[in-house]
Design a protein around this ligand. Structure first.
Ligand code: NI
Length: 396
């Protein structure tokens, strides 16, 4: 039997356990950086597969190695995130969350179950490949500073350093059985913007006595859009949105101060830094020119996610080889953020999407909603593809 057939049959053999793992994780979700029981469960599963993990990496993370023949030859890292979200699940399924207000609504249960399944399959194929596989189970993808950055700080990408790293994420709008790839820029950096404009409040009928922070803020909000339209290259995806403006005056009261909150997203670290600087300069000088004061604070989120073009092209071809051309799609840019980007800033990386939807069965809710669920057939694709990509890349 060739390796592709072996992977398919091993996945098939293990699929009911993989579904059980996913269901266990789904019914026992834990919030970011509190994944203690999840980590214990993952550790126990790995041990039952004969894999000894390093536990407590970045507190609730785990790293484990599967060594083939000639283990130093090449190292492929595979990553799953383990945290859930503060959402009350509304699905009425046997495996629904047993924790009020906490739910695996972003599919991280699927990612963890898939990686455990992949670990199971690859550990059964140790005699068939050269090199090593590094398994990274990380905490806290959903919460700044991002579990990925903490895993890296704790040395997850060192000794041995992987040649390449792969991660997968559910995509409910893509049918189960299909997967998606995108080379190069894929997901955005995300920064939170907090602006405080200070003027001098007073009676609205006496504007000459006041410094109107509302008018100043209006100018700042409009002026800042030139970051997108005038300063960003037309080739560079850039989003600046404000979702909160608080000016607590009245029809006849000008307030002292206005507060604004927004998000800035883009796909290049150099431009990101330049844009931060430019936004601050525009906002501060505008306020000053109008007699007021402006403080612009930027809380940096995750960097942008770049998929290595060559690696992603190869992975996509492995997927076509395993699943057929019709099951592999090209993805659009996505301005959401994902902390896998931290790995992609250091290692040669590929982050791809696993279709989990099933329109006919009514499984189509978006991630981060109380009715998100998956067609569990996707687990088979998740495990067999990750195993196949790993084996092929080790042989490449
Ligand atoms: Ni997610």
């Amino acid at each position: 039997m060739d390796l592709k057939e072996k992977i398919k049959s091993l996945t098939q053999e293990n699929v009911s356990e993989i579904v059980n793992i996913r269901r266990h994780l789904h019914s026992h979700p834990e919030l970011s950086f509190q994944e203690y029981q999840t980590a214990q469960y993952v550790a126990d599963k790995l041990k039952s597969f004969g894999i000894v993990p390093t536990e407590g990496v970045a507190d609730t993370g785990l790293v484990a190695m599967i060594e083939g023949k000639n283990p130093q030859k090449k190292v492929i890292a595979l990553r799953a995130d383990m945290d859930a979200l503060p959402i009350q699940e509304e699905n009425d399924v046997p495996y629904k969350s047993t924790k009020p207000g906490v739910m695996h609504a972003c599919g991280h249960d699927v990612h963890t179950a898939s990686l455990l399944g992949t670990a199971r399959v690859l550990s059964q194929l140790k005699e068939d490949f050269e090199g090593s596989v590094k398994l990274i189970f990380q905490p806290g993808e959903e919460k700044i500073p991002g579990g990925a950055s903490l895993m890296i700080k704790a040395g997850a990408l060192e000794s041995p350093a992987p040649n390449h790293i792969f991660g997968q994420h559910v995509l409910p709008h893509l049918p189960a059985g299909k997967v998606g790839f995108r080379e190069g820029m894929y997901m955005a950096s995300a920064d939170e913007i907090y602006i405080t404009v200070t003027g001098k409040g007073g009676h609205a009928a006496m504007p000459e006595k006041n410094i109107d922070p509302i008018l100043i803020t209006s100018h700042i909000i409009v002026a800042l859009q030139q970051i997108v339209s005038r300063h960003a290259s037309p080739k560079m995806p850039t989003v600046l949105s404000f979702g909160r403006v608080i000016a607590d005056g009245a029809t006849n009261i000008i307030p002292n101060e206005v507060k604004v909150e927004g998000t800035f997203r883009t796909m290049d670290e150099e431009w990101r830094a330049k844009a931060h600087h430019r936004m601050r300069a525009i906002a501060e000088s505008l306020a000053e020119g109008m007699g007021g004061k402006c403080e612009l604070e930027i809380r940096k989120g995750y960097p942008f996610l770049k998929n290595s073009p060559e690696l992603t092209q190869r992975a996509k071809n492995y997927a076509i080889d395993l699943l057929g051309q019709e099951s592999v799609v090209d993805l659009d840019l996505w301005m959401a953020a994902e902390d896998f980007s931290y790995y992609s800033q250091i290692a040669d990386a590929c982050f791809y999407r696993l279709g989990t939807g099933n329109e006919a069965q009514g499984i189509s809710s978006s991630v981060h909603t109380p009715t998100f669920d998956i067609d569990e057939d996707a687990l088979q694709t998740g495990v067999s593809l990750m195993s196949w990509i790993t084996i092929q890349e080790l042989r490449y």
